[in-house]
Design a protein around this ligand. Structure first.
Ligand SMILES: *Cc1c(COP(=O)(O)O)cnc(C)c1O
Length: 376
């Protein structure tokens, strides 16, 4: 089966883990500090704004909980979002309000967001679909006008930029994912950026049961090292040095990963251009860079999309649609109709894109699309 996503992990990661195991310390420690520093350098942030967590989903929960909005306050979320966003919102007693997306990019625009603003709206929780940056300039004007907070789920766009700055750094909080299906993979893991360093420190404490004092190992100065205090209750959401060690090696490879993904993207663009009835991804504007996380096409009808997906699957090529619109999930009790999101779920298909796709894999995928086309 040709996977749609796949990590690139190998000997370098294993060698680094061997070294780590020899130290007899695999918990959160020095390697995690190093990873935070190296990651901050890579994305153009400062390490005192950044913390690691065990996942991006947990980051969204932690951030929303920390913000302490009032019960029934509203958070605007693009309907085409990962399910963690709506779940975290509800878990905090807040109401997710789903907005529509731009047909061309599947990103929420300022105009989509504005339609959903009420006097209960407190924040907007956005993602950069497939790596393609949202229009931050327009969106920030809107946020200012209505005095709203911005939380960015940056899982799709870890290294994307808008006007030269990483897409995760444009709001009050940004959250990255390093899970098994992402570009930089540590098994599981997440990173949070907080614009305010005090917010960063508060979330850091809450991510280790609210403890204000470090463990005995780290607090060498204290006489009675088993005493501790907490300043707010919290969960245990920290990562460990196993994940961070893998992350450090992955960071060294990340530029080649991004180049390979770009090549896959361009290969599909060239090969599929001859199918006039396929809509190909919009090119990113000159002031932006993408992370090439998804490659997606839009087919003429749901019948075509479903038929192509099934044909590819039957021939060992896995494709999918991300993300099933949240406003269609009954549990969330949405009342809106969102035209572009509903069109996307019917006609969009995400094709395989990852660093390990070979020329023959790509040729196979495109050949299958040709033969499917001949037979419909
Ligand atoms: C993968 C993903 C997440 C979840 O990340 P985890 O680290 O698995 O919790 C959140 N949002 C988006 C857009 C994602 O693609």
């Amino acid at each position: 089966m040709i996977n749609i996503f796949q990590p690139s992990l190998g000997h370098e990661e294993i060698r680094a883990l061997n070294k780590l195991f020899e130290t007899n310390w695999v918990g959160k420690g020095k390697k995690t500090d190093e990873f935070i520093q190296a990651f901050s350098d890579k994305i153009g942030s400062e390490s005192d704004h950044m913390l690691t967590l065990n996942s991006c989903s947990e980051g969204i929960f932690q951030v929303l909980e920390f913000m302490q909005f009032k019960i029934d306050d509203e958070i605007i979320i693009p309907s085409i979002s990962f399910v963690a966003s709506a779940n975290a919102t509800i878990d905090c007693g807040l109401v997710p309000i789903f907005c529509d997306v731009d047909k061309r990019t599947l990103n929420a625009r300022a105009s989509d967001i504005e339609k959903c603003i009420t006097n209960r709206t407190k924040a907007v929780l956005l993602l950069n679909y497939g790596g393609y940056p949202v229009e931050y300039s327009e969106i920030n004007l809107l946020l200012k006008k209505y005095d709203l907070k911005l939380i960015i789920d940056n899982a799709c766009s870890p290294f994307s930029t808008y006007n030269g700055m990483n897409t995760g750094l444009w709001g009050d909080f940004g959250i990255w994912s390093f899970d098994a299906m992402k570009i930089l993979v540590t098994g599981d893991g997440g990173m949070v950026y907080a614009k305010n360093t005090e917010h960063k420190r508060a979330i850091e404490m809450r991510s280790y049961l609210g403890q204000t004092t470090p463990s005995g190992y780290a607090s060498k100065g204290s006489k009675i090292w088993w005493e501790f205090d907490i300043d707010h209750h919290g969960r245990r959401s920290i990562t460990n040095d196993i994940a961070s060690t893998i992350g450090l090696v992955q960071l060294k490879k990340i530029d080649t990963f991004l180049i390979k993904r770009k090549r896959v993207h361009e290969f599909y663009n060239n090969e599929l251009a001859q199918f006039e009835e396929f809509e190909l991804p919009s090119p990113v504007p000159a002031n932006c860079e993408t992370s090439y996380y998804f490659y997606w096409i839009r087919l003429p009808s749901q019948k075509h999309r479903d038929s192509l997906a099934k044909y590819l699957k039957k021939n060992d090529v896995y494709t999918t649609f991300r993300y099933y619109p949240l406003h269609l999930i009954k549990y969330y009790k949405n009342v809106r109709k969102l035209k572009n999101s509903e069109d996307a779920v019917k006609r969009v298909l995400c094709l395989p894109i990852h660093q390990a796709l070979s020329k023959s894999d790509l040729a196979k995928i495109v050949d299958l699309i040709y033969s499917w086309k001949r037979n419909i």
